[in-house]
Design a protein around this ligand. Structure first.
Ligand code: CP
Length: 339
């Protein structure tokens, strides 16, 4: 007999998947699958599970997928979402404290989502995450991390949903996270969250990047522990061909070097030598398994991160990933507001 622990998610904040148990993450995934299976576009089939509920969305940084999937998700569930250009709000101008903003919004709404990229906090490492945690400290309603400078939990969890849809059994499938060149430094939130989530779901994870683009040791150590606890493997290499060989899934993402974090000119010098070779192309994808998948969280700079041929090719599941942001987040909202 399988005994599963009870899951109580009501009012639980999501800052990083690592702070949620596997059962809690599975609960949200199951909710998302259930909602996706029974939902058909159109007013006639709205699940009114969140009628009367309001989500306030504080965006200090731009978004296409996160903003629209959360807003559409609330609408489809019969609730309401409010978009705030947070840079122009009192809290963004520093006229009102985080404490007062969190306390006041808690009196109006049922959950708050927040996005803050590193440039908003002048590339002070971890500061965006600290701000989100300060909101969480004072808020009386759950906080959802819409992506900060360390984590993007909604992306990682919806990517797990997509992988589960595509791959029958995740156990010991080769999952590669590959760095790619990009003309400016990007946050480490997606690779961090991808590593933390994939190492908990039984995938054999290989991280590949050029020298100088190592991720935070703290994240690497947690990922190693996750993998060993889940009976899977975790490896790091600097060689693209070794990483791609026999891969079942390739997840490509660029990130800035932590060695020159906040120094774009010096950081650029580290990146330039990799401009030609660190792009995902058909030659690299040919090294993977025949039925492998190409993933990217989007937005993707085509023909820089990956070629058009890969983005639009048979391996690509980038639009399925983007769609699942909607379903996963609906599962999350129902879980933390209703369960
Ligand atoms: N992947 C993702 O979070 O996309 P947006 O930046 O458009 O929200």
């Amino acid at each position: 007999m399988i005994v599963r622990s009870m899951v109580f998610l009501k009012n639980k904040s999501l800052i990083t998947t690592q702070e949620w148990s596997k059962d809690e993450l599975e609960y949200v995934l199951n909710k998302a699958f259930e909602l996706k299976k029974t939902f058909k576009k159109g007013r006639y089939n709205i699940h009114k599970k969140l009628e009367g509920y309001t989500l306030i969305m504080l965006f200090f940084s731009p978004s296409t997928r996160t903003r629209n999937s959360f807003e559409v998700g609330m609408t489809q569930l019969g609730g309401h979402a409010i978009y705030i250009d947070a840079d122009k709000s009192w809290v963004g101008r520093k006229s009102e404290s985080i404490k007062d903003t969190a306390k006041v919004l808690s009196r109006y709404a049922d959950a708050i989502g927040i996005r803050i990229f590193p440039n908003v906090v002048k590339w002070k490492y971890g500061e965006a995450n600290r701000i989100i945690r300060e909101f969480e400290k004072f808020s009386e309603i759950p906080i959802i991390n819409f992506e900060d400078d360390l984590y993007h939990p909604c992306q990682a969890l919806s990517d797990i949903m997509t992988i589960k849809e595509k791959v029958n059994n995740l156990k010991n499938k080769k999952f590669v996270i590959s760095w790619a060149y990009h003309p400016r430094p990007l946050p480490v939130s997606v690779p961090n969250s991808t590593l933390l989530a994939t190492t908990r779901f039984g995938l054999d994870v290989t991280l590949v990047h050029p020298p100088g683009f190592e991720l935070d040791d703290k994240i690497i150590n947690i990922a190693k522990k996750n993998a060993s606890k889940n009976g899977s493997s975790f490896e790091i290499t600097n060689t693209l061909e070794d990483a791609y060989a026999g891969a079942d899934i390739v997840y490509v993402k660029s990130w800035g070097s932590l060695k020159e974090y906040g120094n774009p000119q010096k950081e650029k010098k580290l990146r330039i030598p990799y401009r030609e070779n660190w792009i995902c192309n058909d030659q690299l994808m040919d090294l993977t398994n025949k039925n492998s998948f190409f993933m990217h969280c989007m937005p993707i700079r085509r023909n820089v991160i990956a070629t058009d041929s890969v983005c639009d090719g048979a391996h690509s599941i980038i639009y399925d990933q983007a769609e699942n942001r909607l379903h996963l987040q609906k599962g999350l909202l129902v879980s933390i507001l209703q369960s």
